[in-house]
Design a protein around this ligand. Structure first.
Ligand SMILES: C[S@@+](CC[C@H](N)C(=O)[O-])C[C@H]1O[C@@H](n2cnc3c(N)ncnc32)[C@H](O)[C@@H]1O
Length: 207
């Protein structure tokens, strides 16, 4: 076992010991609304750190072509077990920092919830570069940022709104919407915020 968040072993241990309290047991409520809002036409979506894939399946059910990435074997097995044949999802057991080159600029949407806070905080710039690389020009990054509560330690490691705005603003992303969703589960209501960014046409990536 390891506490190293960069290793899938840490996450596999959490799933096996059932210390996976992040799992809502179904799609994230605000994502259910977004999937049906008509604001986001179906397109190619990648879900980073997808866990059991509840959100990936939700968007697939609404016509999105979804790739769900998680490096924990248990998460990938669970996604296969829970697969909905009427809403197929491409399941990839892979480190998100080691995705194939062919993924570059190929997604209309990147979706994240409780993945950004799970990675090593020292890798957040690398993560933002990755999101920029995955998206097509003018692609959309849907980020339900959590936990915005200044907690010490982690995972989940605290997220600051100024940090999110800075990381993506520097890379040419435009913030197109933000909100504190009414649908957030009670214990997270004051600690999460939805940010929706649009990547620039030039797809700037800071080097
Ligand atoms: C806190 S869980 C959240 C899972 C899911 N998003 C949810 O809300 O239920 C974080 C997930 O990210 C995965 N993860 C963490 N670092 C990763 C990495 N570098 N590459 C791929 N998956 C990663 C873990 O295996 C774990 O399933």
């Amino acid at each position: 076992m390891t506490d190293n968040v960069n290793s899938p072993k840490k996450w596999e241990a959490d799933y096996e010991r059932k210390t996976d309290g992040w799992d809502l047991g179904g799609p994230t409520p605000v994502f259910k609304r977004l999937a049906t809002s008509g604001q986001f036409p179906p397109g190619r979506m990648i879900v980073l750190g997808a866990g059991r894939g509840h959100d990936a399946r939700e968007f697939a059910r609404h016509g999105f072509e979804v790739t769900a990435v998680d490096f924990a074997a248990h998460a990938a097995e669970e996604m296969r077990r829970l697969a909905d044949p009427s809403a197929p999802v491409r399941i990839m057991q892979s480190d998100l920092f080691a995705l194939p080159q062919e993924f570059r600029h190929s997604f209309d949407y990147v979706l994240e919830y409780t993945c950004f806070c799970a990675i090593d905080p020292g890798r957040r710039s690398e993560y933002a570069d990755l999101v920029a690389q995955l998206l097509k020009p003018e692609g959309t990054y849907i980020d339900l940022a959590f936990p915005l509560d200044g907690r010490a330690g982690g995972p989940p490691f605290a997220v600051r709104e100024s940090e999110v705005l800075d990381l993506f603003g520097k890379r040419g992303f435009k913030l197109i919407a933000r909100e504190k969703p009414d649908e957030s589960i009670r214990v997270r209501r004051h600690a999460e915020e939805l940010f929706i960014f649009q990547k620039g046409v030039g797809g700037q990536v800071r080097r």
